[in-house]
Each structure stands twice: as structure tokens, then as C-alpha cells.
Design a protein around this ligand. Structure first.
Ligand SMILES: [Zn+2]
Length: 220
């Protein structure tokens, strides 16, 4: 995967999750498409499309007119660059193929760093989950071109979403996901409606990849 492809994937995902920030996200893209020069815990140095280097802090209190809440274009660039870097590192650090490694229906290996074990249940059984980032990464390996999601319904205590995954070979997968204030975990209580979007996307990707693993984020 190339840097620009990783940015594209990460930005699209961010826009779907945070539609109100779509303009801000679009405004940021030219500032980091030239590549990531270096990154620390507090700042990232990115190249713009003209090849100029700029420093983007993790936290910023500038008076930007693009600001939404505590996010400005500088902090957004830092976040997008960080996520793209993680995605690409997942690719670089992919362990060599070993027998018994989990794979998709098409045979793409699912890198171990994307799989997580649950806490043992009362019978001591452990369930293996896939991280949502892993679903996205593997889907991209198999030619994912677009992943769209929309709410079909938002009632007082129910959100219903529909996601569509479109692949380069023309395959299209559509799935739905729902969420209620009661069927999400404590961490997701304040944004329970958004869980329906994640669930729909994760299901569409799992269908497309032909894998059984439930994504960790679906169970939030
Ligand atoms: Zn700023």
C-alpha cells in the first residue's frame, strides 16, 4: 500500500465516522499527501503536495476558522498521519506466513496483530476478535475501493445503519447494523448511535472477506 492510499482509506473512514468534520478533513488532505517525514508522541512533520515540510502538533489552541470543538486542521493532520503510519506499519511488520494462520475466504492472511483474545468467560472459553482496523486493512488487500455507510433510521432508542463495501472487481456487499442505548458497552454509551455505523461496516467487510471473526468494535 502507498502512503496516499493509506491516507485515502483513513480519511474516508474518518469522514464516515465524523460527518460534521468532512470539510475540515478535506481541508487537511493537501497538507499531508506529500508524506510523513517523522513523528513523535507530540508532533508530526508532514510534507504537503508541493514538497514543503510542516510541523503538526498533537494538541493545538490556534484560532483557526476551521476549528470544530478541540480539533483544528493541525491536530487532524497529526491524527490522520498517525493512523496512516500505523496502517502501513501493520503491512511492513506482517509476520511471515505460517501454517494454521487465519485467512480470509480468498486466502489473504490476517496478520496476528489484528487479532485479539477476549477475557475468558465463566467456562474459561476465549473468543478471538478481529480489530476493525484489521478488517479494513485486509479488505484493502482484496481490493476494497469504497466503504459507505448511512443511517436508515434514528429513533429515540434505536439507530439502524446500512453499509456498502465496493471492491475493484465489481463485488458489492451490503449489510445493516443496529444499536440501542442498551446493546452497547459502557465505553460507547455516550455515542451509542455511532455504534450502528461501525456494526454495519464491520458486517459488510466480514461478508466480503468470508470470515467469522466478530470485530472488537462491534461489541463495544
Ligand atoms: Zn491549530
Amino acid at each position: 500500500m502507498k502512503w496516499t492510499e493509506a491516507i485515502d482509506l483513513i480519511a474516508n473512514d474518518a469522514i464516515q465516522k465524523w460527518p460534521i468534520g468532512a470539510d475540515l478533513l478535506h481541508h487537511c488532505l493537501p497538507m499531508l499527501l506529500g508524506g510523513l517525514v517523522r513523528k513523535s508522541a507530540t508532533e508530526a512533520v508532514c510534507r504537503d503536495l508541493q514538497g514543503n515540510e510542516h510541523t503538526f502538533p498533537r494538541h493545538c489552541s490556534c484560532p483557526s476558522r476551521h476549528r470544530i470543538g478541540n480539533q483544528c486542521e493541525h491536530t487532524i493532520v497529526f491524527q490522520l498521519a498517525s493512523r496512516a503510519q500505523t496502517l502501513l506499519q501493520g503491512e511492513t511488520h506482517m509476520p511471515p506466513a505460517t501454517p494454521g494462520t487465519p485467512r480470509t475466504a480468498k486466502g489473504t492472511e490476517i496478520p496476528a496483530q489484528f487479532l485479539v483474545d477476549s477475557e475468558p468467560n465463566t467456562k474459561g472459553e476465549i473468543t478471538q476478535f478481529i480489530k476493525y482496523a484489521g478488517l479494513l486493512w485486509v479488505a484493502h488487500q482484496e481490493g476494497l475501493q469504497r466503504l459507505e455507510v448511512e443511517w436508515l433510521q434514528n429513533e429515540e432508542k434505536l439507530s439502524l445503519a446500512k453499509a456498502t463495501a465496493v471492491f475493484a472487481d465489481g463485488r458489492i456487499f451490503t449489510e445493516r447494523g443496529d444499536s440501542t442505548p442498551d446493546n452497547v458497552g459502557p465505553r460507547a454509551k455516550t455515542h451509542w448511535r455511532r455504534v450502528s455505523l461501525t456494526r454495519a461496516k464491520a458486517r459488510a467487510l466480514r461478508d466480503a472477506l468470508g470470515i467469522e471473526y466478530v470485530s472488537q468494535e462491534e461489541t463495544e
